[in-house]
Design a protein around this ligand. Structure first.
Ligand SMILES: [Zn+2]
Length: 135
């Protein structure tokens, strides 16, 4: 049967079948896009977590130095991120020694001539002071 415009009218059933097929195709496409979106989101979340971990450990990768109570304290890869005292003159490790008076004195382990300095407390407490100033 040919209509007045010369176009064969599509039977209703055939039109419905086409629409159902189109709907099924769109659903499939939607599912594929959603799967890709989920995968992309997962990859991005993993990347963000990696970067956050790197930022959190940045302070351990970087050599830092502060002067406190006349002693050079360094923290970095060589000290495994821990603050350690070093001689401000020669750079060797500083020890804290107990004087006869009971006071503690920072002294160079290399006897380089640096006079050292008085510590009102032990080195662990002095390092804790640095940690407190950092925050
Ligand atoms: Zn020294």
């Amino acid at each position: 049967m040919v209509g007045s415009l010369g176009i064969r009218p599509q039977p209703f059933k055939s039109m419905m079948t086409n629409l159902q097929q189109e709907h099924a195709d769109l659903q499939e496409e939607h599912a594929a896009l959603q799967a890709k979106y989920s995968a992309d989101t997962k990859a991005l979340k993993e990347r963000v977590a990696q970067l956050e971990t790197r930022v959190a450990h940045k302070s351990e990768d970087e050599e830092r130095q502060v002067f406190h109570r006349g002693v050079a304290f360094r923290a970095g890869p060589k000290t495994r991120g821990q603050w350690m005292p070093f001689c401000p003159k020669c750079g060797l490790v500083v020890n804290d020694v107990a004087l006869a008076s009971g006071d503690r004195w920072a002294t160079c382990s290399g006897n380089c001539g640096w006079g050292g300095g008085p510590l009102e407390t032990d080195m662990t407490s002095v390092i804790a002071e640095i940690e407190m100033k950092k925050t």
